[in-house]
Structures are given as C-alpha cells and as structure tokens.
Design a protein around this ligand. Structure first.
Ligand SMILES: Nc1ncnc2c1ncn2[C@@H]1O[C@H](COP(=O)(O)OP(=O)(O)O)[C@@H](O)[C@H]1O
Ligand SMILES: [Mg+2]
Length: 222
C-alpha cells in the first residue's frame, strides 16, 4: 500500500519559492491500478518521483508498505528502488550498448540474484520478446524497446510498478498493446501499478484516478 500524508514539493525560485505540489493526501491499495492525469507541468512526474524515492518531499510522509521512505538515507532508498519498485519511462532508457537480454539482467546482477539468466529469459517471454533477447535497442521498434524496459522493471519482482507516460512516445496501436501488457502484469502478478497517462479511457479503467492541475488534485475517483 502507498500512503501520502501532507506531501508537498517546493523549489527555490528567484527570491521566492515555487510550489510544484500543494499538500497532497493519497492512498493506493496493494494491487490497485492508479492513473495520474493532468496537463503538462501539473506535477505528475514530480509525484511519481516522490513515490519512487527519487526525490524527497519538502514536507509530509511517503509510506510504502508501512515504511516511511522519507526517513531512509540514500543507501536505503537505493535498496528500496532496487528491490521493491520498478520504473518505466517514456523514452525507455535502455542501455544502448547492451542487448535486450543484458538490459533485463543488469538489475538482477546488481541485486546478486542467483537464477538471473533463467529469470531474464522468462521475463523476455512474459513481455512477448522470447526471440529478440540478442538484439540491441537500436535494432528494436519503440514498442519492443518499451517491452524490454518493462521486463527490466520486473527484474527483481517488485510489488510496485511506476510508469511515467509509458506510451507517450508510441503510436496509438502500439501504446494500447503496452497498456494491455501493464494491466495484464497487474492482474497476474498483483503488482500495484501507478501510471501517468493522457488516455481518459485508461483513467476510467483504473481503480483510482488522480487528476492534477497546477500541483493540486482536482479530482480523485475511486
Ligand atoms: N527541480 C525543479 N526545479 C524547478 N521547477 C521544477 C523542478 N521539477 C519540476 N519543476 C516544475 O514543476 C512543474 C511540474 O513538473 P512535472 O512534475 O514534471 O510536471 P508533469 O510531469 O505533469 O508535466 C513544472 O512547472 C516544472 O517546470
Ligand atoms: Mg512528466
């Protein structure tokens, strides 16, 4: 379960402060799908970064499965991200010098996982890329690269998957296939899925829909 209590984010700006997120309270149950929507600049990526522990809130607490992650040091946050959180980005962020298989393997090797080769192979199968493991990112389409990125995000079987506009760089049909893959992962693995999307249809299918505007929740439907 994810709980945000009075979370705010401000940054210094000129001789004042710019508030990116106004006080925010939010609960997302284990296994839920939460869709975050809102115009560009409304604070969606900032919110996801706070949940991932990539960024610290100015005030408030972010609690993931009972652990207040705002109390963790950099090592603690790195361990949390390595073991409990998978992240999928708009622009895939694969390592270009590694094959698809090697990209999936990296987080497992960092975590010291024993059966890494077999699990990397299985994950590539799970995202529909069994026969593409030896290809480099430049040899794969955008949709295929995002599938590799999803397999990599699942490398250490995290209970929480965060996706920031995962279809933002894909055509409509490919984007739909990626969304179905993410929703299937949520169903099969019971992975909590928090995703930023511009797709109102997807937001309507989510268990929780959070609409942001200028750093405030304007609508939360559950
Ligand atoms: N580190 C930062 N310093 C200053 N402004 C920032 C910083 N991070 C984000 N912002 C600003 O905060 C607002 C929200 O950004 P972001 O969360 O990326 O929005 P979204 O993902 O919804 O497009 C934007 O106006 C952005 O320019
Ligand atoms: Mg963003």
């Amino acid at each position: 379960m994810i709980e945000l209590h009075g979370v705010t984010k401000s940054v210094p700006s000129g001789n004042g402060t710019l508030t990116i997120l106004h006080p925010l309270d939010l609960t997302i149950e284990r296994g839920a799908v939460a869709a975050v929507t809102g115009p560009s600049g409304s604070g969606k990526s900032t919110l996801l970064g706070l949940v991932a522990g990539l960024d610290a809130p100015t005030a408030g607490r972010v609690i993931i499965d009972g652990v207040d992650i705002t109390t963790l040091d950099e090592d603690g946050l790195a361990r949390l991200r390595g073991s409990r959180i998978g992240f999928v980005f708009q622009f895939f962020h694969l390592l270009p010098s590694l094959t698809a298989y090697e990209n999936v393997l990296v987080p497992m090797e960092i975590a010291g996982s024993k059966d890494a080769p077999a699990r990397a192979t299985a994950l590539l199968g799970e995202v529909g890329l069994s026969d593409r493991g030896h290809h480099y990112p430049s040899q794969l389409s955008g949709g295929e690269q995002q599938r590799v990125a999803i397999a990599r995000a699942l490398a250490n079987d995290p209970p929480l998957l965060l996706a920031d506009e995962p279809t933002g760089n894909l055509d409509t049909a490919t984007g739909h296939a990626i969304i179905e893959l993410l929703l299937g992962i949520n169903r099969v693995r019971n992975t909590t899925l928090v995703l930023v999307t511009h797709d109102p249809e997807l937001a309507a299918r989510a268990h929780v829909a959070i609409a942001l505007r200028d750093g405030r929740v304007v609508e939360a439907v559950r």
